[in-house]
Design a binder for this molecule. Structure first.
Ligand code: NAD
Ligand code: MG
Length: 388
């Protein structure tokens, strides 16, 4: 039977890959609603292509342009936060959460509260409000299917055994564009250089997170919440070819790994239908043609964000919320050319260590998490010269 979908973040990188998957499976997947940030034309375009019933633009000012661009299409539209929430809550089988950053939390949580099954790409939602978000999901019986390639691979690998038998779950990192660069050279890298990801084509925020390895740190925290594995049972390994995405080492010494060519359409297709696989007409993994796979330890000296995220996961409480918020502000400032590459980790560390003095418990609810998020953002903004 066809599954109906709503896409939050339909005009982004994940949204575009999802659109390709849906267009190749019109009989199995139909579209209820699409949500975008501020580009009315791009949103109208994807709404028309997918035959959505409703399109919502977060930016209120773009409402008229969206209506205009959709005229004659039969697609209803709205703009502003209430329209986004309405889209997230409309009747559908799966909501693909693919807004970038903590801006995705409220709409994703709204979908969850409406009982929707969530295909989760927006890792920041879980880093900001993990325990509260997962508690709501379990209270409501809402299923969360990971779209992040590493977590999608782990989800498949973990199906081979019981959680108590997991010794370690390991996620891979490509190492980003600066994997082989010296610290001195990285220190003066521009945002443009940081955005040149060697393997994946992604949105601008996750690109910078991949260059600092904060992305991998956020993913450890994401894995902790998704799979109920504590910090000591989670690890990262650098694997530049991005063929192995996640590995589960069991207590009998066996290892179950998830492999695929690096194309987000693979985990998206898997998450949208979950245990009922869709046939995908994509190139197949040819290990003989690839010949060799390589692995190395991550270097936390050149990439201190990874160590900071691990420390936040170990510390628990509200620390991941604070880390995530401080990182978003620092990354935006780096992209705007206001701070240097290593100011990202320095600023995150400063905000986290100031905050540690007051050590606050893990947010009990999503609104609580957003209060802490706001405070941490303000603290992080005060460290940016042009904002101060
Ligand atoms: P992107 O920047 O390409 O797209 C973000 C989408 O969110 C766009 O449609 C944008 O219009 C929308 N958006 C932004 N702010 C919004 C707001 N306030 N309200 C509503 N919509 C808003 O980002 P992306 O690369 O597609 O990543 C999306 C999420 O998926 C991120 O959390 C990222 O970490 C995660 N993810 C991405 C990839 C990837 O390959 N791109 C892989 C794994 C996980
Ligand atoms: Mg990932």
């Amino acid at each position: 039977m066809a599954r109906s979908l709503t896409i939050l973040g339909a005009t982004g990188s994940i949204g575009r890959s999802a659109t390709d998957v849906i267009l190749a499976h019109r009989a199995e997947l139909s579209i209820e609603a699409v949500v975008g940030g501020s580009n009315a034309e791009a949103l109208a375009n994807v709404a028309r292509r997918l035959g959505a019933r409703f399109a919502a633009l977060a930016d209120e000012k773009g409402g008229a342009a969206l209506k205009e661009a959709l005229s004659g299409s039969g697609v209803a539209s709205g703009a502003g936060e209430s329209a986004v929430i309405e889209a997230a809550q409309r009747e559908s089988d799966v909501v693909l959460a693919a807004i970038s950053g903590t801006a995705g939390l409220r709409p994703t949580h709204a979908a969850l509260k409406a009982g929707r099954r969530i295909a989760l790409a927006n890792k920041e939602s879980l880093v900001c409000a993990g325990a509260a978000f997962m508690a709501d999901a379990s209270r409501l019986g809402a299923e969360i299917m990971p779209v992040d390639s590493e977590h999608n691979a782990l989800d498949q690998a973990l199906a081979a055994g019981a959680n108590r038998d997991v010794e370690k779950a390991i996620i891979t990192a490509t190492g980003g564009p600066f994997r082989t660069w010296t610290r001195e050279r990285i220190a003066t890298a521009s945002a443009q250089e940081a955005s040149a990801h060697p393997v994946w084509s992604m949105g601008s925020k996750i690109n910078i997170d991949s260059a600092t390895l904060m992305n991998k740190g956020l993913e450890l925290i994401e894995a902790h919440h998704l799979f109920g594995l504590e910090a000591g049972r989670l690890d990262v390994i650098v694997h530049p070819e991005a063929i192995v995405h996640g590995l589960v080492q069991w207590r009998d010494g066996a290892v179950t790994a998830g492999l695929a060519l690096p194309d987000m359409k693979v985990p998206i297709a898997n998450a949208l239908r979950h245990r009922e696989r869709l046939p995908m007409d994509l190139p197949r993994l040819d290990l003989a043609a690839i010949g060799r796979l390589s692995f190395e330890k991550p270097d936390e000296t050149r990439f201190p964000c990874l160590a900071l995220a691990k420390a936040a996961l170990e510390a628990g409480g509200a620390m991941p919320t604070v880390l995530n918020a401080a990182n978003e502000i620092a990354v935006a400032a780096y992209m705007a050319g206001r701070i240097g590459f290593y100011d990202i980790s320095e600023n995150v560390e400063r905000v986290c260590s100031n905050f540690a003095r007051g050590s606050v418990a893990a947010p009990a609810s999503v609104p609580d998490a957003l209060v802490i998020d706001k405070e941490a953002r303000e603290a992080a903004r005060r460290l940016i010269p042009a904002y101060a």
